[in-house]
Design a protein around this ligand. Structure first.
Ligand code: F6P
Length: 353
């Protein structure tokens, strides 16, 4: 077979491990692999691709980012662009395409699949919000970064009797905030799935500071906190219609509100793209290797229009139709786990149910 591969959307650790696995598995089956550059952009216009050789994919397993480059290009916005994608696949005689991406990349993959092309999606996103897969590539590595930041914030918070507010990524789902916050010992975790208010946060912090020297709050960038003034963040909107959340500033605004209203020192830390960079964890390397190799097998079996989902210890195919346009938000079981550590729970149940 002649197989195409691309990485789309926000990058994350583990993409190169997946590309490498796709190439190795494909070569074992005597396939040729073409890597399209910068996501769907590599399939528009003249197209931009390279044949993957052992020189190209050798030594990339442990590297963060993606050797293919990535972008938030959305060809599904116009029929003309979808035709360009198909034409570029035809020009290179690609018989099957593997797309490594999150919700947006997978939604374009679904459209291409509906038009009759053989596509298999590999789920990746540090937000971990692709439905029907226990984990997405990149999430585990990002959780480690959040945990490390919280360990560091703990010592300085305690020394200065401060409130530390750590803003982490997570547009619609708070998986990173919950996993990082529970593992890193935050005393309050605020996620998009569960709106709260400044008043509720202030009550929590006040109570906490009565008994402890410091407080550690983790807030997801997309969280809704009633009473915070956001105004016009002025950030750009991408081709999928998502506003840039880094300019929204929920963490910084929360820290300012705490300091002004409670008269305790509060400091924000916005972790940002540090969460998306660096080497993948061992878990992500293994997951990416399993998913990448399985995607090649699915193409050979004619099992297309699906993603390679992790269920327990197994990789299983899940149709695009069950995945796209949906968001896997944090499970209520995790809310209960978080609650055990929330000292303010009895003072304000709205903080985390
Ligand atoms: O890929 C998802 C994500 O990590 C979101 O959590 C975050 O809002 C976004 O990427 C940031 O994207 P960009 O790199 O385009 O600013």
């Amino acid at each position: 077979m002649r197989i195409g591969v691309l990485t789309g959307g926000g990058d994350c650790p583990g993409l190169n491990a997946a590309i490498r696995a796709i190439a190795y598995r494909a070569w074992m089956l005597h396939d040729e692999v073409h890597g399209f550059r910068e996501g769907w952009a590599g399939l528009l216009g003249e197209g931009s691709a390279q044949v993957l050789t052992s020189e190209v994919v050798g030594g990339i397993l442990h590297l963060g980012g993606t050797i293919l480059g990535s972008s938030r290009t959305n060809p599904a916005r116009s029929d003309d662009e979808m035709r360009q994608v198909e034409a570029n696949l035809r020009v290179r005689a690609i018989e099957g395409l593997i797309t490594i991406g999150g919700d947006d990349t997978l939604s374009v993959s679904a459209k291409l699949s509906e038009r009759g092309f053989a596509v298999v999606g590999v789920p990746k996103t540090i937000d971990n919000d692709v439905p029907h897969t226990d984990y997405c590539i990149g999430f585990d590595s990002a959780v480690e970064v959040v945990g490390d930041a919280l360990d560091r914030l703990h010592t300085t918070a305690e020394s200065h009797r401060r409130v530390m507010v750590l803003e982490v990524m997570g547009r619609d789902a708070g998986w990173l905030a919950v996993a990082g916050g529970v593992g890193g010992g935050a005393d309050l975790i605020i996620i998009p799935e569960h709106p709260t208010s400044v008043d509720a946060v202030l009550r929590h912090v006040q109570k906490r500071m009565e008994s402890r020297r410091f407080s550690i709050i983790v807030v997801a960038e997309g969280a809704h906190v009633d009473g915070l003034e956001f105004g016009d963040a002025g950030g750009a909107v991408d081709q999928f219609g998502h506003a840039q959340l880094s300019t929204r500033g929920v963490g910084t605004r929360l820290a300012v509100a705490i300091e002004q209203q409670l008269k305790v020192e509060a400091r924000p830390t916005v972790l940002g793209h540090v969460q998306r960079g660096g080497s993948p964890s061992m878990f992500d390397r293994v997951l990416a290797t399993q998913m990448g190799a399985t995607a090649v097998d699915y193409l050979h079996e004619g099992h297309t229009g699906v993603i390679t989902a992790l269920r327990g210890l197994e990789i299983v195919p899940v149709p695009f139709s069950e995945v796209v346009g949906r968001n896997r938000t944090v499970d209520r079981r995790y809310f209960r786990l978080v609650r055990q550590f929330n000292l303010a729970e009895e003072s304000d149940p709205s903080l985390m149910r």
